[in-house]
Design a binder for this molecule. Structure first.
Ligand SMILES: Nc1ncnc2c1ncn2[C@@H]1O[C@H](COP(=O)(O)OP(=O)(O)OP(=O)(O)O)[C@@H](O)[C@H]1O
Length: 305
């Protein structure tokens, strides 16, 4: 649905995108991850047709973006990181204004406003002035605005980053609803728990390139493994790591009296007990936990640095 090939963008001498490749499939929620300043907004602005790129190409529905800009205009909706509204208008008035700009008639505006206010759960506050809205309500209104023209693709630039947990949950719930409606969502964020909840696939942007693009469930299978955290009574020497040699151990970390054993598959807990017994030191506690997407992100990014 969206295919970027060797996308390059520079601002003066600052090369921000140095050959970015990604592929977003129809109906999926694609999580576009990257540190601050990695170039996420730049990529979003390019996809939205707001800024131009220096090299490479983008295809949307197999159409070249540069050659088909007008045709593709109605295909894409965009919610920028900080959407701007007229604070003296109500949400209903603002959406009606968008409808008028798009050339919709009065009846169509009425029905579209109703549908969208319902989608973003603002029906009850639609006659209040936007100036008094919370950040979360403004973001939800922004989603309604970007959806007005019924686009096939929605670009959301950090829609939940500045929100509190409740505001974030509301936005992620709406993204799930959009997915059910068959909308393709390109979501830039650095909030990994949101990605984990709603994305089908992720691409990690680092150093001007996509360093990893993968389905979320495959990524989890490949990287999310059990970790045993063992607390000993006394500090342990780091060289004890060299005495432990098991195929199923991926990595061991030691810090003071804590040892973390990263295993690469679900093992029989008796096997870990045998390893601890060989260390032959009294232990205070043993906990099993699973790594999360944050661990994956840190691992992939640090491997690439
Ligand atoms: N209009 C511009 N002129 C010059 N440099 C720019 C411009 N827009 C962005 N940049 C630079 O491009 C780089 C990427 O910025 P961009 O906003 O795309 O990153 P980002 O990943 O969206 O970051 P954030 O998460 O902080 O929003 C930064 O170094 C930024 O300073």
């Amino acid at each position: 649905m969206i295919k970027a090939e060797n996308l390059c963008k520079r601002y003066g001498n600052n090369k921000v995108l140095k050959g970015v490749n990604f592929n977003v499939e129809k109906g999926e929620v694609y999580g576009f991850l990257g540190h601050n300043g990695a170039g996420k907004t730049t990529t979003m602005n390019i996809l939205a047709g707001i800024i131009d790129y220096n090299d490479g190409n983008i295809k949307i529905n197999s159409l070249d973006m540069k050659e088909n800009r007008t045709n593709l205009k109605g295909t894409i909706g965009y919610l920028p990181e900080e959407p701007k509204f007229y604070p003296y208008m109500t949400a209903n008035e603002y959406l009606a204004f968008i409808g008028e700009v798009l050339g919709f008639d009065k009846n169509k505006i009425k029905s579209r406003n109703k549908e969208l206010l319902e989608l973003v759960k603002l029906e009850e506050s639609c006659n209040r002035k936007i100036g008094g809205y919370s950040r979360g309500m403004k973001q939800r209104l922004g989603i309604a605005v970007s959806m007005y023209n019924n686009p096939e693709i929605l670009l959301l630039d950090e829609p939940s980053s500045a929100l509190d947990p409740t505001g974030r949950k509301d936005v992620v719930d709406i993204i799930e609803d959009l997915k059910d409606l068959g909308i393709t969502v390109f979501l830039s964020t650095h909030i990994l728990s949101d990605i984990e909840r709603v994305c089908d696939r992720v691409g990690i942007l680092q150093g001007g390139k996509i360093i990893l693009e993968e389905k979320l469930d495959i990524l989890k299978k490949r990287y999310l493994h059990p970790i045993y955290d063992i607390e000993f009574e006394k500090n342990i020497k780091e060289d004890i790591i060299n005495t432990i040699d098991k195929d199923w151990i991926e990595e061991i970390k030691v810090y003071k009296n804590i040892m973390n054993i990263y295993v690469n598959e679900d093992i029989d807990s008796r096997d870990i007990m045998k390893v601890i017994a060989e260390i032959n030191l009294p232990i205070l506690s043993l906990n099993l936990r699973r790594s999360n997407l944050e661990d994956i992100f840190i691992k992939v990014v640090s491997e690439n640095e």
